[in-house]
Design a protein around this ligand. Sequence first.
Ligand SMILES: Nc1ncnc2c1ncn2[C@@H]1O[C@H](COP(=O)(O)OP(=O)(O)OP(=O)(O)O)[C@@H](O)[C@H]1O
Length: 900
Amino acid sequence: MTRSNTKPAQGGVDVAGATPMMAQYLEIKSRYPDALLFYRMGDFYELFFEDAVQAAAALDIALTRRGKHLGRDIEMCGVPHHSAESYLQTLIRKGFRVAVCEQLEDPAEAKKRGHKAVVKRDVVRLVTPGTLTEDSLLDARSHNYLAAWAEIRGEGAVAWLDVSTGDFHVAACPRPALGPMLARLAPSELLASEAAAGDEALGSLAREAGAVLTPLPRSSFDSAGAEARLKALFGVEALDAYGAFARPQLAAMGAVVAYVELTQRGKLPMIRPPAVEGPGGAMRLDAATRRNLELTRTLSGRREGSLLAAIDRTVTGAGARLLETRLAAPSTDRDEIAARHDAVDWFLDRRDLAGAAREALRKTPEIERALGRLALERGGPRDLAAIRDALARAQDLAAALSGAEAPARIARALEALCGHDALVGLLDAALIAEPPLMARDGGFIAPGFDPELDEARSLRDEGRGVIARLQGSYVERTGINALKIKHNNVLGYFVETPATHASRMMSEPLSQTFIHRQTLANAVRFTTVELSELETRIHNAGARALEIEQRRFQELRAAVLERAPAIAAAARALAEIDLSAALAELAAQEDWTRPQILPGREFEIEDGRHPVVEQALRRAGESFVPNDCDLSAEGDDARPVWLLTGPNMAGKSTFLRQNALIAVLAQMGAFVPAARARIGVVDQLFSRVGAADDLARGRSTFMVEMVETAAILNQAGPRALVILDEIGRGTSTYDGLSIAWATLEHLHDVNRCRTLFATHYHELTALAARLPGLRNASVAVREWEGEVIFLHEVRPGAADRSYGVQVARLAGLPEAVIARAREVLEALERGDRREGGERVRALADDLPLFSAARPAPAPAPARAPSQVERRLRELSPDDMTPRQALELLYELRDLLDDAG
Ligand SMILES: Nc1ncnc2c1ncn2[C@@H]1O[C@H](COP(=O)(O)OP(=O)(O)OP(=O)(O)O)[C@@H](O)[C@H]1O
C-alpha cells in the first residue's frame, strides 16, 4: 500500500486498511468535513475520531475508544437516538453543524448479502443553525433566519428565509448597508460565496449579528442557475409574477434554496414566493443604534429590560415574532403605517372584542411551524391537530369579530381566517382529540373514521373476545357444549371437542365446516376456514392497523399541504390580529396615543415618556416626568437641532432615547407614549449614546465613538433623526470640546437633519447665537441646602451650571474629595479653563491636587498579640482529637479569664 494513492479523510485518517464499516464511515465523513457526523448504529448515534473528541467535550459525555484504525485508537462517543434532539440542541447552540447519518435498511437485509456486509447508511439531513424546524430547537417568540449575501459587479443583495415557516424575502443591499441589514435580521446563519466569506470584515459583521458564517462554492451563487432553481421550486415559467429581480437578488435567493436542498437532502420545506423589499421600505438603523436603543435586547444581551419586552403584549408565538420583525424594521411607508394604526385604533375602540380575541388566540396552537414540519416530512399527528384546532378557532374568531365594520387590514385578515371548513371537518373526523407527536406508533386516527382500521384495531385489541364469540357460535351450531377454541404453537388456533363427539363432527354436515387435524386419546381437533382466516387477521391486525394509520396520515398530510398557502395566510392573519389587539391593549394600559405620520420633516412630541424607564419607575412607586420635544425642520423659524445641557443624572440620556423610541414605535405601527405626536417620516435613525470598549476589535471607547460619529456625519440625510450623547467625552477636554463643536456645526449646516445633541460642554451653548436652526434646552434641577434635586424637566435655554460635584457627593465620594473638588472648581471658574493656563498652574502649585484637604487619620499603632491569639496561632487542628479540642476550649476560656 502506498500512501500517495489512498484517500485521506478526517485529519489524515486513511480509508485503506479500514474495516468495511469504518471504510463506510470514513467515506461518508469525507463528504461532510465541516460537520459532526452522527453515525447511526442500532439505538445510538456514534461519533468517531476528532468528532468524538469535540462532541464529548461540548456535551460533557464520556469519551471512549473502539478498537484501532491503522494502529491508532479510535476515539468514540455516542448519544441514544431517542434523546438525540436535546444533544443536537446543545451542539447547534455551541455553533456546530451536525450531519445525521441513518441506517437505510434493516440490518437483517444486510445480513442476507453475507455476514460481512455493512448496513446501508447515508446522511439524511444536515442540521445547521439556520435550518432548524423542531419546536424544541427553536425559540417560539423569535424568527430563525437563514440569510445569504451576494454581490455581482459591486451590486449587492440579501435574501432571507425562515425555514420553519417558509417566510422568504429579498432586498437589494449595497455593501455599506449590509451591517445594518444583518443587525436588523439577526440571522442565525449567513451564507456567502467562498471568496466573499474569506473577507475578515464580512466575518466580523456576521459575528456581530450573532450569525454563523457558512461559505458556499461560487456555483451556489450563480444567478442563471439560481433563476432555474427558483422557477423549478415555484413551478413557474417566469419569476415576473413575484417581482423584477436584479442578478444579485437572484443569486442570493438561489444560494438560500440550494443550501436548503443540500441540508434537507432534497426534501424541500414549504417556501413562500419571495417578497421583495423595495429600497427605503424600512427605517434604517445600524447595529450601534439598535444596541444603544436596546430595541430587542439590552446592552447585556437580554430580552428582559429591552423595548421589545416592555411593549410585548402578544399572546401567540407568531404574534410575538411579527412584533419583533416590525420593531426591527419600522416602516417608512405612510400608507402602511396608517393601515397598522387603523387596526390598533379599531381594537382600542372595541376593547371587549379585543379581549375576547386575545382570549381565543391564547388557546390557538402554533400553525406556521407545524405546517413547515409537515412539508418537510418531519411533522406528526400533533401538527395536524394543531392545524385543525387553530383553523377551528380562527373561524370562531372571524365570526366574533365580523359585524363591526373593520378597517381594510383587519377585514383582509378575517377573510383569510374563513373557508377552511372542509379541512377542519376532515381533520376533526379523522383525528383523536390529543394525538401523539409521532405517526410512527399509530393510535391517532379517531375510531369510526375508517371501518377497516376499526376492524383491525378491534381484532388486535379484542382478539380473545372475537375468538370467544366464534366459539359461542360453534357451540350453538354443533350443540356440543364442551367445544372449545384453543391455541398452541404447533397448530395455532384450533377447535377441540371430546373424543365422544368425533364421529358426528367428522360426518356431514359438520365435516363441511370442521376440517380434521388431529386425534388424541380423549379429544379431536379441527380447524375451519373462518378460524384460520381469523388467525391470520389477528396475527396481522396490529401491523395492519399501523399501516392503515400511516396511509391515513399521509392522506391527511397531503390534504393539509394542498391548502398550504391558505393555511399560511390564516396563520399570518392570526399573527396580525394578535399584534393589533396587543398594541391596542398596550395603548390602553399605558395611556398611549396615535401618532400622526406626516410627509414633511416635523417632529413634535408633547409630554413624551420613555416606556422602559417609566415602567421601571412605576414598579419602584415613582412617576415619570413627561417632556416635550420639537425638532421640526418645517417652517421659517424651524429649529431642528436641540442642544441639551444639564447635570449628570438629570435625565438627558433618557430624554434623547425616548424621542428616538417614539419615532421607532410610531413607524412600526404602534401608538406612542406621549400626549400628542406629529412625526414626518424618519428614514434613518442614528443614535450614539454612550459606548463600551470594543476590546475584541482592539478599539478604545474613544475610537468606537469616533467611528460611529463618522458614520453619522457621512450618512445622515435630510430625513434622518440623529441622537448624540456627550460626543468627545473620551478624550481631553479641549480635544473633546472641539470635536463636539465641529460635529454640531456639520449636522446643522451639512446634514441638516433633526438632531438631539446632549453635551456637558457648556461652551457649546453659545453657538445658538450663530446657528439659526439650533435651540438650547436643559434639564432642570433645583439646588436646596447645597444638595441638588432632579426635576427631570426639559426647559428652553441653556443650563447655568453642571452640578457635577453635587452629583459626585450623592454618589458617596469622600467628603474630603468633594471639598477639594469645590476649591478647584471655584478656582477654575474664576479663571480661564485652559489646561496649562496660568491660573490652573498656580492652583496646581498652591494646592497640590492629590493632597487631601483634611489629614488622613494616622494608622493605628501595632499591638502585641494577646495570649489567646498566640495560643491559637500555635495550633495544628488536624493533629488534634475531639477530646483535645474540647480541652483546648476550656484552656482558652481560662486564658481569657486570666487576662480579664
Ligand atoms: N423624565 C424623567 N422622570 C423621572 N425620572 C427620570 C426622568 N428621566 C430620567 N429619570 C431618572 O434619572 C435617572 C438618570 O437619567 P439619565 O441616565 O437619563 O441621566 P443623564 O442626564 O443622561 O445622566 P449622565 O449624564 O450621568 O448619563 C434615570 O435612571 C431615571 O431613573
